[in-house]
Design a protein around this ligand. Structure first.
Ligand code: APR
Length: 231
């Protein structure tokens, strides 16, 4: 049974109008990672962090899936084998495009987390400082985002898929952040065919057997057509 594991990054949502992190003008040019994407930054200035994610939540709510998101949902629906979608993205564009069972390894803007009791709930459009937890009432609501220094979600499940896949595709990710950037090596060691689909070479391009360069909205639908034709 063929199994395709797909890892996506900010590049797949770029053409939906959501900023990437490390392209010129990206989010990390405008904010210091340690100020807005770390537990220390949240403790230091929770207002800044809530405002940062409120802005990204608002932008994400306005964005629509592009042909790359739609193509991956079509692959999941029509491919005879298994298709597992892992994303570093915290937007909901894969789901909006029809994908199911998406593994958000860096969390989701649509979810809120209680730092006191671990309860999760649907995030309000705007989260406030000391957002009260609906379960334990502690003023400890935070974005349900995996910050630097924290453990990504679903790792056991993701690693099990990587070790048993026959094809691994990385789409729209620069390969700068681990553990995601190391997934290709695990899939390659398992004998999978590894392909990178990206606007330009990622930092781990040399780990891939195949690479296709271009905009995701153009090259991903073509790749999906080929995967479905191979069947
Ligand atoms: N089509 C395809 N690829 C694109 C497009 C596009 N239209 N636009 C940009 N890209 C590529 C860029 O060339 C780059 O390689 O997408 C990649 C985006 O890289 P990053 O901005 O580093 O985003 P990502 O790899 O998802 O970052 C990983 O870092 O900051 C953390 O948690 C954050 O999940 C994020 C992680």
């Amino acid at each position: 049974m063929e199994k395709i594991v797909i890892l996506t990054g900010a590049g797949i949502s770029a053409e939906s109008g959501l900023g990437t992190f490390r392209d010129s003008g990206g989010l990390w040019e405008r904010h210091r990672i340690e100020d807005v994407a770390s537990p220390q930054g949240f403790a230091r200035d929770p207002g800044l962090v809530q405002r940062f994610y409120n802005a990204r939540r608002a932008a994400s709510a306005e964005a629509v899936p592009n042909p790359a998101h739609l193509a991956l949902a079509r692959l999941q629906r029509d491919f005879p084998g298994e298709v597992v979608l892992v994303t570093q993205n915290v937007d909901a564009l894969h789901e909006a495009g029809g994908a199911t069972g998406v593994l958000h390894m860096h969390g989701e803007l649509a979810s809120a987390l209680c730092a006191a009791c671990g309860h999760r709930w649907t995030a309000p459009a705007e989260m406030r400082v000391a957002e009260p937890c609906p379960a334990c009432s502690a003023p400890a609501g935070r974005p349900d985002i995996v910050w630097f220094g924290e453990m990504p979600y679903h790792m056991d499940e993701i690693l099990a898929h990587l070790e048993t896949c026959t094809c691994f595709a990385a789409i729209g990710t620069s390969g700068n952040v681990y553990p995601a950037a190391g997934f290709v090596q695990i899939a390659d060691a398992a004998g999978a065919h590894c392909v990178e689909l990206n606007l330009e070479a990622s930092s781990v391009r040399s780990d891939f057997a195949e690479a296709r360069e271009g905009r995701a909205s153009e090259i991903v639908p073509l790749w999906v057509d080929e995967m479905l034709a191979e069947g």
